[in-house]
Write a protein that binds this ligand. Structure first.
Ligand code: HAM
Length: 415
């Protein structure tokens, strides 16, 4: 019987894993400089956590959740995203009682039962950040600037930052009415999903990808024209701050996002090199969500990056390379094996990546040294042991020589 990973799930192997590590290491380094602390959240939450936050009439909740009953007959769901769990955690631990802002990041797998395709998986990894307790646009600007810094740190610079405001409880209903009026006479020509959204979640019609719907909604009123004064000032200040911080962005009036918890600022980072699944990061404000979970009124904002899509962009820029050892130690005979391991241990303690030959024939050991790209081979046999020396070969330059066993450490740390 042959097994394979479930559809939409994948193994990440070396050398591609090096991109993942670069992405994770850079995220940690950049986010720490901005005062963000890591949190680890459960992969499973009570189903209600997602239904109440993401929204009942969204693709994620309606079609994509891995929901099941556990042995205690509770309905639980594999997290489709990280914000809902982060807010549940924030309220559960009373973190609103601590000084504001509270700034967190998390990294890990998310699960959505979507139709798998290039860049879209059923298990995918996000690195997300969530900041609580500041309503001012300074925090929005800082978070977006931090995302830009992080993307630059991993070597991605040619990305599009798209920005919008979807208003608040005061102005969004007015906008929805204007949109309803505009769509009223032609809604039957839209796709069945949009027809349903017309009465359940009308904003989602704006990001339907069906060609006919895109065409039909041309000329629809933009939410930016309907913002209340408060939201308008917030958005204007944000765009001025982003300009001051040299973060390039463009405005996209159709950026409404597929999750219901957003208020005011929404943003998305896309790449032209990824085909249909081009969003590498997305986020926005969710000023109402802490209250939904029973906490006090607490403004918040965050984003998440998709690790697979970032890794694909890095891979496209330059293929992954395996980290090669500095020294390969080829040994012949039991005593030489022991001496080889002893030297390898000492070299590693000195910070050098060292690979032993594991006692195969000398020829096959040296073949492996070449294959894994080792810089040096150190050869130790019975004769070398009795004379207290070893042979070295520089496999890159083709040079060779002899080194006293007790000098091996300084020889390789200096060369
Ligand atoms: P999202 O837009 O649903 O937002 O996901 C964020 C990113 O995760 C996407 O831009 C994409 O790169 C990646 N992603 C989503 N679905 C998949 C998939 N099926 N396969 C591969 N990558 C995927 C959120 O999840 C929000 N929680 C972001 C946020 C945090 N908003 C505020 N705080």
């Amino acid at each position: 019987m042959k097994y394979s990973a479930p559809k939409g799930f994948q193994d990440i192997l070396p050398p591609e894993i090096s991109f993942w590590q670069r992405i994770e290491d850079s995220a940690r380094a950049v986010f720490a400089k901005y005062g963000f602390h890591e949190i680890r959240l459960p992969i499973i939450e009570s189903t209600d956590v997602f239904v109440r936050s993401i929204g009942e009439i969204t693709d994620i909740v309606e079609k994509e959740m891995y929901t099941f009953r556990d042995k205690g007959d509770r309905s639980v769901t594999l997290r489709p995203e990280g914000t809902a769990g982060a807010v549940r955690c924030f309220v559960e631990h009373g973190l609103h009682n601590l000084p504001s802002p509270q700034k967190f990041y998390y990294a890990g797998p998310m699960f959505r039962y979507e139709r798998p395709q290039k860049g879209r998986f059923r298990q995918f990894y996000q690195i997300g950040v969530e900041a609580f307790g500041v309503a001012q646009p300074t925090l929005d600007a800082e978070i977006i600037a931090m995302l830009n810094d992080f993307l630059n740190a991993i070597g991605l610079t040619n990305l599009n930052f798209e920005l919008n405001s979807i208003g608040c409880d005061a102005c969004r209903p007015v906008y929805k009415e204007a949109l309803q009026l505009f769509l009223k006479d032609k809604i039957t020509e839209f796709c069945p999903d949009c027809n349903r959204r017309y009465s359940t979640n009308i904003l989602r019609i704006l990001d339907c990808k069906v060609e006919k719907c895109v065409e039909l909604r041309g000329g629809a009123p933009a939410v930016s024209g309907h913002l209340c004064e408060h939201c308008r000032i917030h958005f204007d200040e944000l765009t001025a701050l982003l300009e001051a911080l040299d973060v390039p962005f463009s405005l996209n009036a159709n950026l409404v996002r597929g999750l219901d918890y957003y208020t005011k600022t929404t943003f998305e980072v896309t790449s032209e090199h990824l085909g249909a699944q081009k969003a590498v990061a997305a986020g926005g404000r969710y000023d109402k969500l802490v209250k939904v979970f029973g906490g006090p009124d607490t403004p918040a904002i965050g984003f998440a990056v998709g690790v697979e899509r970032l890794a694909a962009l890095l891979q496209e820029a330059s293929p992954a390379e395996q980290v090669a050892p500095k020294v390969f130690i080829a040994t012949l005979g039991k005593q030489a094996d022991t001496e080889g391991l002893r030297i390898a241990k000492a070299l590693r303690n000195n910070g050098l990546c060292t690979e032993p030959g594991y006692g195969a024939s000398l020829k096959s050991q040296l073949r492996r040294a070449d294959r894994i790209g080792a810089e040096y081979a150190l050869i130790i046999g019975e004769n070398e042991l009795s004379s207290g020396t070893a042979q070295w070969k520089n496999l890159k330059q083709g040079t060779q020589g002899e080194v006293a066993l007790k000098e091996v450490q300084s020889f390789f740390t200096k060369s």
